[in-house]
Ligand binder design. Structure first.
Ligand SMILES: [Zn+2]
Length: 98
């Protein structure tokens, strides 16, 4: 389950999620990495799945939508992580090419 998106099925593979924090990026990343938190965003539900492993975290000064759109890859779930996206990304979670 991914909140308002309902139940989502993900095939095994690599995915990249882009998000942003207006303030305190380190705290936001720490929250994403935390196992104990209230499930609020789509990514929280995905990361709560015991089969999901975080491989790495990267930061950039590039705006999240611009960075997201530069990434190659497919959109596994339309609208995932993009509730407040105004740049028509389609989703802020992308499946990486195999
Ligand atoms: Zn976007």
């Amino acid at each position: 389950m991914a909140g308002a998106l309902g139940s989502c099925n993900f095939t095994a593979g690599g995915y990249v999620y882009t998000g942003s924090a207006r303030r305190n990026l380190a705290a936001r990343i720490k929250r994403h990495l935390s196992a104990s938190k209230t499930l609020r965003w789509h990514i929280d539900y995905l990361l709560a799945d015991p089969d999901v492993e975080i491989i790495g975290v990267d930061t950039s000064s590039t705006p999240e939508c611009q960075w997201n759109q530069q990434l190659s890859g497919g959109i596994p779930v339309s609208g995932f992580g993009a509730s407040d996206c105004r740049k028509r990304c389609g989703a802020h979670l992308k499946s990486l090419p195999p």
